[in-house]
Write a protein that binds this ligand. Structure first.
Ligand SMILES: Cc1ncc(COP(=O)(O)O)c(C=O)c1O
Length: 385
């Protein structure tokens, strides 16, 4: 019997230790972990530099409150803002809280209520972010939603044009829809959305909670598309597993987030911001990010070569190390078999197998993983070679 609410359909795997890409369970079985804690452990499990930095901070102080000036926060904020090409940061504890902050900031700064988001998007589980999410299943049973969101089909610029107006506070989007199925925004759509925001005086909010912190081979995925957002949200990979989120904005937004306007007891916790700085120091380097792109090309080629003849394959797509394998069938049983074979992966929607390996994964690990995926998917559809 478990005393946890059954909000998660938990796997049978119980971790004992995890280092790098490898996770060992209580029975001594070792797995390739291609989930990175759902896009969190971008440097793999227990990255040495982050561990050392947090250990040092553990011996100094753990929590003092945001009433104090903390160089640790200033340092992380500067690193993050500069990487996003922005000027100001609010630290939260999670992705949903970062998006809550972004929604509040956009509404206050524009004096407008309406926010446009997209079908199949995912922005979190709090009341505002659940309402922002363009998936009915996330909202079912929770009663009336915050009403000021309108959902438009993703990658459909004409529909977005029709929904835009001078009452729109913001357009909020994921450059690659993660939970919704690894759907990559087209350059035309993303740049068009930005253009519409400029035309109507609306803000462009980019949710980089899953796509940011090097996941796609750039500090933030929007940088692949030459975009200039007003607000970017971050979380997941930012703290390498220490809980942290962030609202990152342009200087002009400073005046709307003055003292007393927004806050969080734990947001910007010294241990989390220290982990974030150490994480960014490793990831936001040209050579590291180039490696992510090289590994991406390698694994996408491996997967495409291995799987392209399969009838049940719809598409293999991805940017950096955020990869989706869309099939014509639900992937639940395939994931269970993959775990039995020693590879842990995720789903995105019902029919997409989602791979989020650590950015530090080796080519050899990618090769092993791709081979296992090929084997399991082939066995599953009864066409094993
Ligand atoms: C794009 C996106 N936004 C927001 C969230 C919510 O983040 P959190 O679970 O940290 O609240 C997630 C989590 O999966 C996400 O992928």
């Amino acid at each position: 019997m478990s005393y946890l609410f059954p909000t998660y359909a938990r796997w049978e795997v119980e971790p004992d230790t995890a280092i790098g890409t490898l996770l060992t369970d209580k029975n001594g079985k070792t797995y390739l972990d291609f989930t990175s804690g759902i896009g969190v452990c971008n440097l793999g499990h227990q990255p040495e530099a982050v561990k050392e930095a947090v250990k040092t901070q553990l011996d100094r102080f753990w929590h003092v409150s945001n009433l104090f000036t903390m160089n640790e926060q200033e340092k992380a904020a500067e690193r993050l803002a500069k990487a996003a090409g922005m000027d100001a940061v609010f630290f939260s504890n999670s992705g949903a809280e970062a998006n809550e902050g972004a929604i509040k900031l956009a509404r206050k700064a524009t004096g407008r209520n309406k926010i446009i988001t997209f079908t199949q998007s995912f922005h979190g589980r709090t009341f505002a972010t659940m309402a922002a999410t363009g998936q009915d299943k996330v909202k079912q049973g929770f009663g009336s939603m915050l009403e000021t969101f309108e959902y438009v089909p993703f990658n459909d610029l004409d529909s977005l044009k029709q929904a835009m107006g001078s009452d729109v506070a913001a357009v909020m989007l994921e450059v690659i829809q993660g939970e919704g199925g690894i759907h990559i925004g087209t350059t035309e759509f993303l740049q068009g959305a930005e253009q519409l925001c400029r035309e109507y005086g609306s803000l462009l909010i980019i949710d980089e909670i899953q796509t940011g912190i090097g996941r796609t081979g750039k500090p933030f995925a929007f940088q692949h598309f030459d975009l200039d957002p007003d607000i970017v949200t971050s979380a997941k990979g930012l703290g390498s597993g220490f809980p942290i989120g962030a609202v990152i904005g342009k200087e002009s937004l400073n005046e709307f987030f003055g003292p007393g306007s927004h806050g969080s007891t734990f947001g910007g916790n010294p241990l989390s911001v220290t982990a974030a700085s150490a994480t960014m120091d490793e990831i936001f380097q040209e050579a590291f990010l180039q490696e992510v792109l090289n590994k991406s090309e390698y694994v996408l080629n491996q997967l495409k070569t291995a799987l392209s003849d399969l009838e049940l394959l719809v598409e293999i797509r991805g940017l950096g190390l955020m990869i989706g394998i869309e099939l014509t069938v639900p992937v639940g049983d395939i994931l269970t078999e993959l775990r039995a074979q020693g590879v842990i992966a995720l789903s995105a929607g019902e029919k997409v197998l989602r791979l989020l390996p650590p950015l530090t994964v080796t080519e050899d690990e990618l090769k092993q993983g791709a081979e296992k995926i090929n084997e399991v998917v082939r066995n599953f559809c009864g066409t094993a070679l």
